[in-house]
Design a protein around this ligand. Sequence first.
Ligand code: 1YM
Length: 665
Amino acid sequence: MATSNSNYGGGEIKVLEGLEPVRKRPGMYIGTTSAAGLHHLVWEIVDNSVDEAMAGFCTKIAVTVHPDGSVSVEDNGRGIPVEKHPQKKIPTLEVVLTILHAGGKFDNAAYKVSGGLHGVGISVVNALSSRLVATVKRDGGIYQMEFSRGKVTSKMKKIGSSKATGTTVTFWPDETIFETTSFSYDTLHDRLQETAFLNKNLKIVLTDERELTPRVDEFCYSGGIIDFVKFLNAEKTILPNCQRSIVYIEGSSDPGEPVHRKGDVEVALQWNAGYSETVMSFANDIYTEEGGMHLEGFRTALTKTINDYARSKKLLKDKDPNLTGDDVREGLTAVISVKLPDPQFEGQTKSKLGSSYMRSLTNRVVSQGLSDYLEEHPNQAKEIFKKASSAARGRLAAQKARQATRRKGLLESAALPGKLADCSVRDPSMTELFIVEGDSAGGSAKDGRRRDIQAILPLRGKILNVERVGDHRAFSSESIQSLITAIGTGVTNNTGDGGDFDITKARYHKIIIMTDADVDGAHIRILLMTFFYKYMRPLIDAGYVYSACPPIFGVKVGKRVHYVYPASKTSEETLLARAIDKHVPLDAEGKKRKYSVQRYKGLGEMDPQQLADTTMDPKTRILQRITIEDGQKAALSVSRLMGTQVEYRRDYIERHAKDARFLDI
Ligand code: 1YM
């Protein structure tokens, strides 16, 4: 068999087509010629090395970004065969690099990453590189050959001898093909770390030689996906009794199964005290973003096993309803990794595992493994049950709270929050709601507003971070109830769609967040955006949500005040100096006339007229519309920003607090 025979002769290569189509339509092979496509070249080569590791011949992979922008991938596997290919009469190495889809013969026993989702083979990288050098150590010798844009420029030569074995490929991405040829260290770092988690004990070294002192990261995890779960949960509070152990389950198809039903399943899981679910699933090391059969099998097994256990131990009484899937997955972090000989991928982005026998295989392995685990660890089992039943209580309470808010909403103005100073005009397309931080600013805003079209809702202090609490707590908060009733649309469910939300019930078509021009103000604004993102996302999509932009200084000359507004990338001092320069006239002797500067730390420091002139008056104010440009990207950044990763959140706010608000519209 090809993959288990280190004296592979090269005779079993499948040959499909030449490389010209790849240069003509790169997108067909690597998806895109943007940065994602560029990095794809690295994954393509690394996948070859990972296949060699999965086959049991490679223990180390080194990826190096060189100062000239080229990348090397080196492994210590068997080395790509160099002997003459029996049909092509050229070195097998050349066949692998110049013929599309050339690969080892399909092998029953081996699982492959390459040839999977986008796996198009290393020849595609060659086609899209202005230069590529391949070096192979094998059979006692060192062999090398060179290519340019897929064509051989230097035939294979023996350049030395070595007892070691392995393959090194160095390539220079073609600048005439890619929009960018600059590799991102972070992208390489995250993907290679993930690959190391998924391949226990495989050592992956990433080096960036573009830095003055090269940056090096080394990934090697003896615990595999157990270490992955540990990593994902690192900043979270783990349930008591579950601190030390991570549930680990593995199993395989029966030895008697035919090839097309073979597979291995590996699962690691741990609950934390939070409310979000982090379940990552992989098939042959490929991240299955859209889930698929393995995930379905896992979910069914998890829910059924925990319910069965709870019933058998009388934790759930006969009259109690079953826990739902959402209940048992609240606070769950899990990694599911399956391997199978010929994975079928489906879905919009071909990232859903369609091989249906993996559902029953995963279900069987997880049911068995988890019920054994619960029997053997009664204390942890109790904690897990407690967590799930508290999620169930939260779910029921949230349902009631939602219904209550909806009923209140139906009673119209009678149910409007007491703090709301509503406007007189009833046509929502003409009206605006200002959400204001603090009672004193709320007072100025109320006095300075246009009573016909502007309504004011003052909020006391910071609002809850809805990413960190369950629906129940969110809907019990007084500030959030006020927001919901004042806006009038109801809420979506917490994935941002469905639920009771009805945009035609919006009581205002401009909802303006007005906070102080400082870090606290930025924080409150982000918390409010998170609320809108989680429970009223269609409002953002419709362009109804805005951020106000108050001034930071007032420069008073005589009776006139000139206001200074913040701008991204320019310091406050510079802005102030420019304003003084511009607005303070010189006297007869060439000296600046008398002027005074007031610094506005909070909205509350401005009198009603000032606040109206600078921040609220539709004729003179600056508003920034809050948009979600790329839904997926926003989802990630909001949940990372607002999730439990405190460090990341603080960092993010510091980096974006200034920028986020001051793009004028
Ligand atoms: C830096 C990239 O390509 N390593 C690599 C590739 C191969 C082998 C070992 C290998 C595979 C087999 C037998 C087999 C490949 N060989 C082929 C083909 N690293 C990198 N390491 N002997 C060696 O699959 O049977 C394709 S890839 F087709 F020639 F066998």
